[in-house]
Design a protein around this ligand. Structure first.
Ligand SMILES: Nc1ncnc2c1ncn2[C@@H]1O[C@H](COP(=O)(O)OP(=O)(O)OP(=O)(O)O)[C@@H](O)[C@H]1O
Length: 310
């Protein structure tokens, strides 16, 4: 064992954040190892931004402990070592794109080349455009550039691809993967499961200020190696124990939310056929029937009884 093990990049324990009578973060625990990408995934209002802003040192908290690179959030020594991309951009309205990035670069000891970073993020065509005239997606990318220009070891990205078109989103995903390849630690928030699935080593699913599940995307979405699910919609309140009895043993059947049914396990053509004929016997039509691997959306639905997007 090393005599001086490095502390985790982020260590949060029993974190509580209240706004008046509203508890936004309710006893949250998480540990992020260095050099990994962690995604805080959850619906609007889950407490993701509050958590990240506390780690960034921008918000006070009511209880618990938070350590960032082994230090208290907001510690002066942390400033040059972390990069922050706040939700919604946060740029100066009248400043031109290239000026803004150059300005931030002058604050860093060993900045990246601003022209290179602007090109990587597809912003070379808007260098002289004032921030307020950039599209939402361009503002987001400029904000990401500002977070990265100082070569931080740890970056906080709050909904980094919100408002971006698919092409820009892809660019940002590639950049985040490249950062990880360079050993940078990335803590991001998102309410997009595909983003979390594509980028994260570790996903923490939050709902109502609490962690409802955490693990790698594979750990979260698989019960076993050949696990799949058949999902269909029909009238709410069907007796799933009857369907279960009609199916081979080992399959799990449940009504995940009203009118949405899941059959999980090894799904073969016979299972699909049994489900549709069982529905026919009940006098209902199985709609939107699909067979797929479990997604993070399914995991969330399973844990909370609600859709992640709602
Ligand atoms: N400054 C504030 N004053 C009062 N309530 C707040 C404040 N900031 C956040 N909240 C409330 O705390 C809860 C958690 O908000 P938070 O922004 O942390 O969640 P989130 O998961 O990041 O959501 P979003 O994806 O919408 O940003 C929400 O109910 C929100 O309305």
């Amino acid at each position: 064992m090393s005599p001086n093990p490095q502390p985790p990049a982020v260590e949060v324990s029993g974190l509580v954040k209240r706004y008046g009578s509203k508890t936004a973060v309710d006893g949250l625990d998480l540990v992020q190892e260095r050099g990994t990408v962690l995604a805080l995934l959850g619906p609007n209002g889950a407490g993701k931004t509050s958590t990240v802003e506390i780690c960034e040192g921008f918000r006070r908290f009511d209880a618990g402990s938070v350590r960032v690179l082994g230090m208290k959030p907001g510690a002066t020594e942390l400033r040059p070592r972390i990069g922050v991309m706040p939700q919604g951009g946060g740029g100066y309205p009248g400043v031109r794109a290239a000026e803004m990035l150059n300005l931030v670069a002058t604050c860093a000891a060993n900045p990246l080349d601003p022209a290179w970073l602007l090109e990587v993020l597809g912003l070379e065509g808007v260098l002289r455009t004032p921030y307020k005239r950039l599209s939402g997606g361009q503002q987001q990318r400029l904000s990401l550039a500002c977070a990265l220009i100082g070569r931080p070891e740890l970056v906080f990205l709050d909904e980094p691809t919100a408002g971006m078109d698919p092409q820009a989103r892809r660019l940002v995903w590639e950049l985040i993967s490249a950062l990880r390849g360079d050993g940078v630690t990335v803590l991001l928030t998102t309410h997009l499961m595909d983003e979390a699935e594509a980028l994260a080593d570790h996903v923490v699913i939050m709902d109502r200020g609490r962690v409802v599940a955490s693990g790698s995307p594979v750990e979260l979405t698989s019960h076993g190696s050949d696990d799949q699910q058949l999902r269909f919609r029909a009238r709410g309140g069907l007796d799933t124990s009857l369907l279960s009895a009609a199916l081979p043993e080992g399959l799990r059947v449940r009504e995940a939310s009203r009118g949405t049914y899941l059959v999980e396990g090894h799904i073969d053509p016979q299972v699909v056929s049994t489900v549709t004929s069982w529905c026919a016997q009940q006098g209902v039509l199985a709609e939107e029937l699909q067979v797929a691997k479990r997604s993070l959306e399914d995991v969330f639905l399973e844990l909370t009884g609600r859709e992640l997007r709602s």
